[in-house]
Design a protein around this ligand. Structure first.
Ligand SMILES: Nc1ncnc2c1ncn2[C@@H]1O[C@H](COP(=O)(O)OP(=O)(O)OP(=O)(O)O)[C@@H](O)[C@H]1O
Length: 254
């Protein structure tokens, strides 16, 4: 099967300057992300994982280099153009869940959807289907975000992130604030939507999260030091996959 590239970078560099010092966080990265992949970015704390995620998603501009995202060079966009691009093509899930507390769960989703489409009827239908997919039952739709558990809120966050059919869903430690049962539910959602074709790029420290990916990139000293192919996730291979991942991470000096 031919795989299509959705994001590719050339000589991507990110340097932070503070107090006369320069910190080269990303150094000449040439990365290619395939459509339909569940790509996981790992690396030690401070290795630049979030910085890379922000660059790939157009949240932050690289210092040098190009980022081709579905045919657009994100490095060339103005701030406003980048914001429009993100709204139309990217979904985001973070450790913190930024739902609007003064709106019901359902209205939170509609509000995001209406930024991109005027077809409310279709949007409602889509929202209902996604709620079903992430197992948020009808009784919770009229609740306010503060009335949800952490895991439910994160699953609503995922619905909001994908309501506009983003080309790529970006996630930064999406299970970082959850207990293990809630994490498992959220991870199952990532697996389900990836199986349905959603491309995902996710940053994590957590092995149970990382093992859901089909490709693991390891960032060290500003470069991609390792690139592990795991194949797409199946429950039955959980032990084998996590052994492979642990072996890879040991090689990386994680
Ligand atoms: N806006 C900024 N200004 C200055 N330095 C920054 C900025 N953002 C990140 N850095 C620095 O870049 C380095 C990489 O940060 P980043 O958050 O990308 O790492 P990370 O791998 O995601 O870390 P963690 O796993 O701890 O979240 C760090 O040393 C950080 O201090």
């Amino acid at each position: 099967m031919m795989t299509k590239t959705i994001i590719s970078t050339e000589k991507l560099c990110k340097t932070f300057s503070s107090g006369g010092n320069q910190q080269h966080v990303l150094k000449n990265l040439d990365i290619s992300i395939a459509e339909g992949d569940f790509t996981v970015i790992m690396g030690s704390s401070g290795s630049g994982k979030s910085t890379l995620l922000y660059a790939l998603s157009g949240m932050d501009k690289p210092t040098l280099g190009t980022i081709d995202f579905a045919g657009k060079n994100l490095a060339k966009l103005t701030q406003d153009q980048a914001a429009i691009f993100r709204r139309n093509h990217c979904g985001f899930v973070f450790q913190q869940i930024y739902l609007l507390d003064n709106m019901s769960v359902f209205d939170n989703i509609l509000a995001s959807g209406l930024l991109v489409t005027r077809n409310k009827q279709q949007l409602v239908k889509k929202a209902k289907a996604l709620f079903q997919q992430v197992e948020i039952d009808e009784g919770s739709w009229s609740k306010f975000p503060t009335q949800l558990s952490g895991g439910e809120a994160q699953r609503v966050g995922i619905v909001r992130a994908i309501i506009n059919k983003p080309k790529v869903l970006f996630a930064d430690e999406p299970t970082g604030a959850l207990n293990s049962a809630a994490s498992e539910n959220v991870l199952n959602v990532f697996t389900t939507i990836n199986r349905a074709g959603q491309s995902i790029v996710l940053v994590t420290h957590d092995l149970k999260t990382a093992v859901r990916g089909n490709r693991i990139l390891y960032l060290k000293d500003g470069v991609i030091n390792g690139d592990l192919s795991l194949g797409h996730y199946h429950d039955c291979e959980d032990v084998e996959r996590s052994d492979k991942l642990k072996h890879f991470l040991a090689e990386m000096g994680w």
